[in-house]
Design a protein around this ligand. Structure first.
Ligand code: PLP
Length: 295
């Protein structure tokens, strides 16, 4: 067994174990959270929705006035090389592009160009207990970042808003948090999108509520509609969610995780419902269809 069997990190082409990877202390990603990232999972050795993740990373970079200087194929080759150094059959790949090292100033002008950091980690999906029995969540007092300040649509290295909401939820006995925006509408989980079932339809916050356009969300929206489910995107108050018959979170890592309690009150009968199970079934098909080569 080599040191990289459990995962590896690749910092600008330099491979090392997860514990040994280093970036300079003057990197603006470290100093200011000035970075963008993506998390991709593999399925049977192939990435799921790699082109979509790459496209979203470019959009996130645009939001930070940053340009990714590498063609997609170059990034893909670097990722493949990092995966090959591990013995992981399936993995989670986290790509972080930081502003790079520069002077101690907020301004990115003097930075030494973007730096690509790739983490290859064992694939850790929600445990069977969570997918079969669901999780409890909270709606914390902490609001989601306003779109006019740090837009949640950009997947940046600044996750303090989500981190603090998660800590608040955990202290209140929840597994995760679903935040409300400054207008009082439901937005998203700390690393997931949220859906619920009410009046016979599936509801989810629209993108203009200030959320990340989750790739799982987009793929599932299309699959649900194709499967005959009525899905409505909009701005909904938290009472619409808390009074739902069913609820679930979606994401690359979360998959489809049923939500069975919100702020200590049961959702529906307190067990994952039929629509949630149907959507979890759709996800299996969606993941297979979205697999493709690193390229
Ligand atoms: C804030 C936030 N919303 C939603 C998601 C789900 O996005 P995806 O389905 O692309 O993983 C994530 C994933 O990390 C996230 O961080």
């Amino acid at each position: 067994m080599s040191a990289l069997d459990d995962g590896a990190v690749n910092v600008d082409g330099v491979l090392s174990s997860l514990a040994a990877g280093r970036i300079p202390a003057m990197d603006h990603g470290f100093l200011y959270g000035d970075s963008v990232y993506e998390v991709i999972r593999t399925l049977d050795g192939l990435p799921v929705a790699w082109p979509e993740h790459h496209a979203r990373m470019c959009t996130s970079a645009d939001a930070l006035y940053m340009k990714l200087p590498w063609p997609r194929a170059v990034m893909a080759a670097r990722i493949e090389e990092t995966i090959a150094a591990t013995a992981l059959p399936d993995c989670t790949v986290r790509i972080v592009v930081t502003r790079g090292p520069g002077p101690m100033s907020l301004l990115p002008d003097g930075c030494d160009g973007p730096r690509m950091v790739i983490y290859v980690l064992p694939l850790r999906l929600p445990c069977a207990d969570q997918t079969e029995n669901g999780i409890a969540i909270c709606v914390p007092s902490r609001l989601r970042n306003d779109q006019r300040s740090l837009a949640p649509a950009a997947k940046t290295g600044n996750y303090l808003n989500n981190l603090l909401a998660l800590v608040e939820a955990r202290r209140a006995g929840g597994e995760d948090a679903v935040m409300v925006n400054t207008s009082g509408a439901v937005t998203e989980g700390t690393t997931s999108n949220v859906f619920w079932v009410r009046c016979g339809e599936v509801r989810t916050p629209s993108l203009d509520c200030g959320i990340l356009s989750g790739i799982t969300r987009s793929e599932l929206l299309a699959a649900m509609r194709a499967d005959g489910l009525v899905v409505k995107e909009g701005a909904f108050p938290p009472a619409d969610l808390t009074g739902a018959d069913e609820a679930f979170l979606t994401g690359t890592v979360r998959g489809v995780t049923p939500v069975v309690a919100i702020d200590g009150c049961a959702v529906g009968d307190g067990r994952p419902g039929p629509v949630t199970r149907r959507v979890a079934g759709l996800l299996v098909r969606v993941l297979r269809a979205a697999r493709g080569p690193w390229a």
